[in-house]
Write a protein that binds this ligand. Sequence first.
Ligand SMILES: Nc1ncnc2c1ncn2[C@@H]1O[C@H](COP(=O)(O)OP(=O)(O)O)[C@@H](O)[C@H]1O
Ligand SMILES: [Mg+2]
Length: 307
Amino acid sequence: MNNIIKVANLSKRYASGFEALKGIDLTIRKGEIFALLGPNGAGKTTLISTICGIVRPSEGTVTVGGHDIAADYRAARAMIGLVPQELTTDSFESVRATVTFSRGLFGKPPDPGLIEQILRDLSLWDKKDAKIMTLSGGMKRRVMIAKALSHEPDVLFLDEPTAGVDVELRRDMWQLVGRLRERGATIILTTHYIEEAEEMADRVGVISKGQIILVEEKAALMAKLGKKQMTIELQNRIEAVPEALSPFNLGLADGGNALVYTYDSQAERTGITALLQALAEAGLRLKDLHTRQSSLEEIFVNLVSDR
Ligand SMILES: Nc1ncnc2c1ncn2[C@@H]1O[C@H](COP(=O)(O)OP(=O)(O)O)[C@@H](O)[C@H]1O
Ligand SMILES: [Mg+2]
């Protein structure tokens, strides 16, 4: 089976009357890393929670490995590991006991060797006897991941895995995701950082206001949407962009002390070379240069205004 998750016509209206998901159709392929990208409030957590059977859909169906999440909840849920956005682990139990217990919850036989491996992979082995409530936020998050992996799920959901975590954990997380994928796991992560999707995902789905507005291979998406901006600080102020530079569609910034060039981040860099040449020919002297990747927020504005 190539599609491990099928979401069909999924809608969620909360008790407040708010419609957080509006007719979502989505399939996740076995073995892929899928990034669900969207701004805060787009419905990412609601969608993940619905697929995991925690939030009940108002309409539509979800199957995981062919098991309906409502009618066949236990079988579907056993295939899933979920690392929620919020830290919910705060106990008097030790790290190892908590992770071991988590595996038992899914009816899997004890496997101390596996638990050790998971704790080592997450740099938690030194903390195995520590009570969870004594750990830092970053360490608690590692415990949440260990719990989610304890029953060897086929599909791992990571809800905003690196929002607010330190650089070290972020790096560990990316490595872990890479190793899990090599073992054939399917991984779905939500993020509002385009860099994260860019780093890890095979495919990217963009969600906005409860609707999936596009699903694409990452490379294609970055090519389509990844714009970069180069700011050129000038040594001398100018009144207007010289006529000779008009093909570059430059913007004037900083009261005439800078020029802004927008270009496609995947495109070849000949545009920049030509621009620098043209600047020199126009007699403009540069003070400094910096580039910036467009943010998801800007990409969204573009996407929404395109529609
Ligand atoms: N339990 C709830 N009751 C009512 N509205 C909710 C509830 N949970 C989330 N929402 C609303 O649904 C929308 C989507 O939320 P969420 O799925 O958490 O978005 P995201 O994870 O993309 O930030 C938001 O507007 C949020 O306020
Ligand atoms: Mg969320």
